[in-house]
Design a protein around this ligand. Structure first.
Ligand SMILES: Cc1cc2nc3c(=O)[nH]c(=O)nc-3n(C[C@H](O)[C@H](O)[C@H](O)COP(=O)(O)OP(=O)(O)OC[C@H]3O[C@@H](n4cnc5c(N)ncnc54)[C@H](O)[C@@H]3O)c2cc1C
Length: 383
């Protein structure tokens, strides 16, 4: 059963944290360190991440001995929500904070925890995700990159693709096949921590629709990984990849990617919208509020130890659809407003251009809509 009737998480107790993040972001904006309409989770700015780390906004739920603050997941939710809504350039810590760090904390060796986690929390260590391959995206269990056991570790050979920021990060967590698939094709997969600055790894750029270099193809050739850089036991890769999904799919990152465009649209239309503009903006804002409520209900469920995978898939499906709709609606509404050339118009034009070029990816990254529909249908007992 899908249940969104529970109480949303109570975030009001974290108002002081919310104020602190807003002050931090206001001072970053004042020093001109970012443009709010950039793509927030992939815009890579090591200096911004260092300052965010120094302010205590990275790895905040982790134990103090590994550089964390021992804050609650809900307090982190507030920080993430503010960062994304502001359009902050989180790319140099996003993946490490959201998924690589928590995986290393839970399943990594003590050496990996001690060497890597404090550096992530300081905003000094960036991670990428090495899952997709040329013939394996939605069907991740089909990965062919393999690692063979050798004395003291493993040797990887194979190719990954669509690896965001692989040319800038310090490490990837790479999903490889360490044993043939058993009765189920999900068996025999393992995740490994793979530094990008050692022998045996070559990163080649893939330019996206806007001519930007964020994606890469990554080749591993006789690349050595010591035993203590595995994440979990050999063969545990699939369980680990899927266990993180409820967190990854239900957060504010799944409906706030175009938030700055919506804000710019409201400013661009100005205080006297016509009826059509009022209806359309009202509808978008109502959807945003409904999504936020669904997302905070899930945050509350996660906080109570539940595993709401189907609800999370629904939020990602609805949230990324909403994000994609914003540029389409904005484009049509502003034609009606006519051009003016002032600051609000310039901000709107830049935000619209940026979001229009990146919006097609919103419904692909982290699992396509078709795959999510399969998860939801299974959760409803329909397949
Ligand atoms: C912006 C962006 C960033 C990304 N970053 C990374 C990254 O850092 N690391 C990484 O490893 N990957 C990354 N990816 C890759 C992403 O995870 C894959 O693109 C995605 O999983 C889809 O895989 P695919 O491209 O191989 O498409 P395919 O799996 O070939 O799918 C093609 C089409 O077929 C549909 N389809 C596939 N299987 C089914 C099915 N069973 N039922 C119904 N329809 C189906 C899909 O929905 C899709 O429309 C990124 C992608 C994007 C867009």
């Amino acid at each position: 059963m899908i249940d969104f009737n529970g109480q949303p998480a109570d975030l009001s107790v974290y108002e002081p944290t919310r104020r602190r993040v807003r002050e931090f972001l206001a001072s970053e904006l004042a020093r001109g360190s970012f443009k709010p309409w950039q793509v927030t989770w992939t815009t890579f700015d090591r200096e911004f991440s260092r300052r965010a780390g120094a302010a205590g906004f990275i790895g905040m739920t982790w134990p103090r001995e590994y550089g964390g603050q021992e804050a609650s997941a809900l307090e982190r939710y507030v920080v993430v929500e503010e960062m994304l809504a502001a359009g902050a350039p989180c790319g140099a810590h996003w993946i490490a904070d959201r998924q690589s760090g928590p995986q290393i904390l839970k399943h990594g060796s003590e050496r990996a925890r001690r060497e890597i986690l404090p550096r992530i929390a300081r905003g000094e260590c960036a991670f990428g995700i090495g899952m997709s391959e040329p013939d394996s995206g939605s069907d991740l269990a089909a990965v062919r990159t393999r690692a063979d056991k050798v004395d003291g570790g493993w040797v990887i050979n194979g190719t990954k693709v669509w690896t965001t920021n692989a040319h800038q990060v310090d490490y990837l967590i790479t999903l490889v096949r360490t044993a043939p698939a058993g009765e189920r094709k999900h068996e025999g997969l393992t995740q490994m921590i793979t530094p990008t600055n050692v022998r045996g790894i070559t990163v080649r750029p893939i330019l996206d629709l806007s001519g930007h270099h964020e994606f890469n193809e990554v080749h591993f050739e006789d690349y050595f990984v010591p035993d203590d850089m595995l994440v979990g036991e050999p063969g545990s890769g699939w369980a680990m990849v899927t266990a993180e999904l409820a967190y990854e799919r239900s957060g504010p990152d799944r409906y706030l990617s175009a938030w700055q465009l919506l804000a710019a649209l409201v400013d661009r239309i100005g205080p006297q919208p016509d009826r059509h503009q009022s209806v359309q903006v009202g509808r978008l804002v109502a959807h945003a509020m409904a999504l936020r409520r669904m997302s905070t209900v899930i945050a509350g469920m996660l906080d109570r130890g539940a595993n709401p995978q189907v609800e999370a898939a629904l939020v990602k499906h609805a949230g990324t659809g909403f994000e994609r709709e914003i540029p389409e609606i904005a484009r049509l509404l502003v034609e009606r407003a006519g051009g003016s050339g002032d600051a609000a118009a310039t901000r709107f034009d830049e935000a619209l251009r940026q979001v229009t070029l990146t919006a097609p990816s919103f419904t692909l990254r982290g699992g396509t809509r078709e795959i999510l529909r399969g998860v939801i249908a299974r959760g409803l007992g329909l397949r």
